[in-house]
Design a protein around this ligand. Sequence first.
Ligand SMILES: [Zn+2]
Length: 215
Amino acid sequence: MSAHSIAGWIQGIAVVVTGVVLGSLVGGLVGAIIGGLVLAPFALFYGRAVKQGEVYTGDGMGIWRFLLDATWSSLNTAAGAIYYGSHMLFGHTFNVDKTRGTGSLWIDESVSDDYATTIGTVKAGSNERIDDHEMIHVFQARLFGPLYLLLVGLNYVIATILPYWLLFKDRKPVTGFGSYFLDGVYPHVWNELWAYKYAKKPAPAPAPPTAPAPA
Ligand SMILES: [Zn+2]
């Protein structure tokens, strides 16, 4: 068995174990069994992708990313596995070449035409112009582990009901209901403020349909 194969198996097992733990918190033994069973098919496809994409090969960071993703950040890994599986159900393309050694998984198609979206280690719709931004989200998930999705979700709720971002001077004007979220809420949650500030600046040209903006 190759190292990539073992990496895939261990990440897959981490996804199932996360399902078992979450399930047991909700519904005891029955919950644990259901949680494991629901996550198992996602874990299979995700583990296979980790192997095929040689996700953790390359520079010296690979082993640390691997260990974090299987332990501290396993909730994000499980969320990423569900996200990955959902993309595959829609016939989207897992890009092995753009995945290799990056510590993340690259899916060519995005959820929406206008935005790339990253969950856990899985990036969908990224491109060379914005990948640095998406990789910051992958890093944030590893750093905050089980708290990451919670803290991001909480910030979306707060930014929606308490629009503190109206005080930001350089923000885009809000022109309607959709714009309230896209120009107001979304760019002003903590993980996006961070990613927009520190990602290498993309060319200022407006994004063509084939190059979605970061999300
Ligand atoms: Zn973003």
